[in-house]
Every structure is written in structure tokens, then in C-alpha cells.
Design a protein around this ligand. Structure first.
Ligand code: DP6
Length: 335
């Protein structure tokens, strides 16, 4: 069997956070989440099934990937090979157009693009829903990156291995901006997978988080569909503060914040309360602060954050497209 395909997918930022699993084996989230797919935070992944390879090869941003990363990639490839009925190993290259593993969810865009490219290279033609479920089994936030715009991933239910995300609205629904305030260089110290495992097993707030997240996610979804920023802002902040509170109250505690993160959070509050801008903050499993704001306020928000001590630079993103997949013809492959 030989075949090759390329896919691009964008990162996403959750407004209602996913944190914690209902089932580790099936990778089912314990809580529902809602996200915005972000243009231009793109990952481009190429998969080539090559006769003669003795094992899968995976290069991330031009470097051979680490063993743990290769294992997760091979698990997704194994699923595709099982479904397509062959055993040929694959060469995978993945390039991020933004810093890897720095809290910008490159695993979401990476696994979404991988699910698309691997399926197409194997000659399969899954629906977007099936692709989303495949990406989710590799990394739950990746299920959301299959779709553009505004996306929901429901909580998992026992035994439901087909859980997939769904699009709530396309990117044109609301002209929001997400201003990323970068507050540190390099990889984050604790990956989200192990940190959310610690939270589930040892955080004194975990049960309250799971309980409260369902209501919060519904309210976030409603505010989003109504394009109601004043209603959305405090709900988005409650979701990420609660998620980080759960993580901080674990043994060992997980603290992603740096000095620059705290300074940026205060800056966002000042921009909203003192300057009257439509802006709120969120953070993922890393030190960067993402300011969600209206397009009209984006320049002022970026300026305000850039002037904040500890903020190294900003990056302005907006609601973006879903996955795009292209099969590479055999003659191109050989050249
Ligand atoms: C903080 O999707 O990376 O970004 O399913 O174990 O791969 P796995 O976890 P992952 O977790 C992302 C957590 C988050 C919040 C979010 O994106 O909803």
C-alpha cells in the first residue's frame, strides 16, 4: 500500500474549558467545551504510507519527534491502518506556524491535521464527524479543530467511542479577535494530559468543576449564539479561572502562571473596566494569556498588552476555517 495526503488545520481556543476525562482509555472528556478555531495558527501535516519502512517516522517542525509524541501519532495511524486493512508504516511531517507546546494548543491542530491526512492517504473518506471522533481519540481538543468558527465538544458518555465535536456557527458568525499575549518562551513544564489526570485524582475541587461546567458551557454557548459580549465575558473568565483553580488544588499542584501571566490578566481587567473595551481573558495549560475581544477593540487591546511588563509580544488571531485535505498524486510523491 502506498499513498500520500496533506492536511491543514487551525488551533483552537476554548471559551468553555475541557479539563478532565470521563474515560482515560477512550479519551472521553468529563465536561463539555466550546471553542473558537483560530486563523492563522495553522499546522500542516503530510502523511505518506511507504512500503519498506519498518516503523512509523514522525518529524515535528523539522526535528525527529520524541518517543511519547511518536507513540500517540502511531496509535492514530494504527486505527487508520486497521480500518483500511493494511499494515504499511508511514512517514509523517508536521509543521506548526506558531510555537509548539507553549499553551497554544498545537496538539489540537496537529492531531486534527494528522487525522485528515492519514485517512486520505489510506484512501478512506470519512465524514467530518468521523474525522472529529478520530482526532478526539488522539487528543480531545483536536476534535474541535476539524471544524471552523465556533465549535462544541459534548461531554463523553460511558462507552461512546464515536463522540465528536459539532460546529455551532461558522467563522462569519461573530467578528471576534483573540489577542495572544506571549509571556514565556519554550515548552510548558507539565502537559495537559498528565495535569488533568492529577486534577481528577487529587484536586479537592474536581467534582465541583465537573458539576459546574455543564451549566457554564450551556450559558457560554447561549451568549455566543446571541453575540452578547457583556454576558459572555464573565462566563469565559469563570471557566478558565475554575480550570486553573482545580489544577492548582491538586497534589502536586500544577501552576502554569508566570509573573507576566498575572500582569496580563490585570491588564485585561483594566482595559475592560477603566478603558471600557469589550475584552476578557482566558488561559490554557501554559503561561500565555489570550484576550478575547471585538474586532473594533483589538488594536487597543494588543497595544495595552504589549505595554505590560512580562508580555514578550502579541499575536492577533480571528475565527478561522476548518480542516482542509488534499490527496497527493503518486507522480508528485515520487519526485
Ligand atoms: C487546557 O486536548 O491537550 O487546552 O485529550 O489529553 O490530549 P488530551 O488533552 P488536550 O487538553 C486541552 C486542555 C485545554 C482546554 C481546552 O482546550 O478545552
Amino acid at each position: 500500500m502506498s499513498g500520500a495526503a496533506k492536511a491543514t488545520a487551525c488551533a483552537n481556543i476554548a471559551l468553555a474549558k475541557y479539563w478532565g476525562k470521563a474515560d482515560d482509555g477512550l479519551n472521553l472528556p468529563a465536561v463539555p467545551s466550546v471553542s473558537i478555531t483560530l486563523d492563522p495558527l495553522v499546522t500542516e501535516t503530510t502523511v505518506t504510507f511507504e512500503e519498506g519502512l519498518t516503523e512509523d517516522a514522525f518529524a515535528l517542525d523539522g526535528e525527529p519527534a520524541r518517543a511519547g509524541e511518536l507513540k500517540r501519532v502511531s496509535a492514530l495511524l494504527d486505527e487508520v491502518r486497521r480500518e483500511a486493512g493494511f499494515e504499511t508504516r508511514a512517514r509523517v511531517t508536521s509543521d506548526n506556524r506558531f510555537p509548539t507546546a507553549a499553551g497554544l494548543a498545537s496538539s489540537a491542530s496537529g492531531f486534527a491535521a494528522l487525522a485528515g491526512a492519514a485517512s486520505a492517504a489510506a484512501g478512506l473518506a470519512p465524514s467530518l464527524e468521523e474525522l472529529s471522533a478520530r482526532a478526539r481519540r488522539a487528543s480531545a481538543s483536536a476534535a474541535r479543530s476539524i471544524y471552523g468558527g465556533f465549535v462544541e465538544l459534548p461531554a463523553g458518555r460511558e462507552g461512546r467511542d464515536d463522540l465528536a465535536a459539532r460546529q455551532l456557527a461558522g467563522p462569519e458568525h461573530w467578528d471576534l479577535r483573540v489577542v495572544v499575549a506571549v509571556t514565556a518562551e519554550g515548552r510548558k513544564p507539565v502537559g495537559s494530559r498528565s495535569a488533568m489526570g492529577e486534577s481528577r485524582h487529587s484536586s479537592m475541587f474536581y467534582d465541583a468543576w465537573v458539576e459546574g461546567s455543564r451549566r457554564l458551557c450551556t450559558e457560554i454557548e447561549e451568549a455566543l449564539m446571541d453575540r452578547d459580549f457583556p454576558r459572555l465575558a464573565p462566563l469565559v473568565e469563570q471557566s478558565f479561572f475554575a480550570m486553573h483553580g482545580v489544577a492548582m488544588a491538586s497534589i502536586p499542584p500544577v501552576l502554569y502562571w508566570q509573573g507576566g501571566s498575572v500582569a496580563a490578566l490585570h491588564a485585561v481587567r483594566r482595559l475592560r473596566e477603566d478603558d471600557g473595551l469589550s475584552v476578557c481573558a482566558t488561559m490554557d495549560a501554559g503561561p500565555h494569556v489570550k484576550a478575547i475581544c471585538t474586532a473594533a477593540d483589538a488594536d487597543a487591546v494588543a497595544k495595552g498588552l504589549e505595554a505590560t511588563d512580562g508580555v514578550l509580544r502579541t499575536l492577533v488571531t480571528k475565527p478561522g476555517p476548518g480542516i482542509s485535505i488534499e490527496t497527493i498524486p503518486a507522480e508528485t510523491e515520487a519526485s
